[in-house]
Design a protein. Structure first.
Length: 258
């Protein structure tokens, strides 16, 4: 991978000069090391020809430490009567024009994501990317209930985009269960990590509350301090005078740990 920096905000009053950090995938290199450095796929510009990643507060599950919580077990009991099975399908062998898949994705985007956040053009761009390698299909005897687009390697799975029948939100926590099932499925197959996207703002707290074995990229390393992560999420929307390093009460202790 090639890493590059893009200058962002300038604040001379606090000597804060921000840079956004990106990684460009070189050819079809293994994406595992890219994810391991805290990067996630960037699809905000659909004209980009190179597969580009952005550095962020990425969240992942260390499957060696993962075990079910009481909330996981509660949701599993709720879903069990539906008789849902999971099928892994290589994206190259999956019909992306299949009517059920298209209809379910389009309905979910309209209801839950918003057409302004996920245009059809952007979704098509994402589907064409080789970063997404497989589809997890969730179905029962009656119908298809949902899909997850994932990036799967020998060591990791990235839970990239999920889509499900929103009618079940009224009676079942289907979305939560699909996330749990993807993590559990990955552990069953001996993978090391499941990446769950970013962990910002209070809206991300459901990911953090529901699963054990979590760690987040703190800019230097994978940090297992979930209490600190929750505090970050709860205060993300508050205005900050400068970056977190300048606001540390004991910056020398931080530097000595590097």
């Amino acid at each position: 991978m090639k890493i590059f920096y893009s200058e962002n905000n300038v604040d001379y009053s606090s000597y804060t000069f921000s840079y956004a950090i990106y990684a460009m995938r070189e050819g079809q290199e293994d994406v595992s090391p890219i994810y391991d450095k805290g990067f996630l796929p960037y699809t905000g510009n659909i004209t980009l020809e190179s597969e580009t990643f952005y550095l962020a507060r990425s969240l992942r599950v260390d499957l060696a430490r993962f075990e079910d919580t009481s909330e996981n077990r509660r949701i599993c009991r709720q879903i069990e009567p539906l008789g849902v099975s999971v099928e892994l399908i290589e994206k190259d062998k999956f019909d992306l024009e299949e009517p059920t898949f298209k209809a379910l994705c389009e309905a979910y985007i309209t209801e839950r994501i918003g057409d302004s956040n996920m245009t059809q053009e952007r979704w098509n761009y994402i589907l064409k990317s080789s970063i997404g390698t497989h589809i997890l299909k969730f179905k029962n005897a009656d119908k298809t209930l949902g899909y997850i687009l994932v990036s799967l390697t020998d060591t990791m799975l990235h839970y990239w985009f999920s889509f499900f029948d929103t009618d079940y939100m009224k009676s079942h926590s289907l979305g939560k269960w699909m996330m749990w099932r993807a993590i559990n499925w990955s552990k069953e197959r001996g993978l090391d990590f499941v990446y769950l996207g970013t962990a910002y703002k209070p809206a991300a707290l459901y990911k953090i509350r529901d699963h054990k074995g979590l760690e987040f990229w703190d800019g230097q390393q994978w940090n297992q301090d979930v209490k600190l992560l929750k505090e970050y999420c709860k205060t993300d929307l508050e205005e900050k005078t400068s970056d977190r390093f300048k606001n540390l009460e004991e910056p020398n202790s931080f530097l000595n740990q590097l």
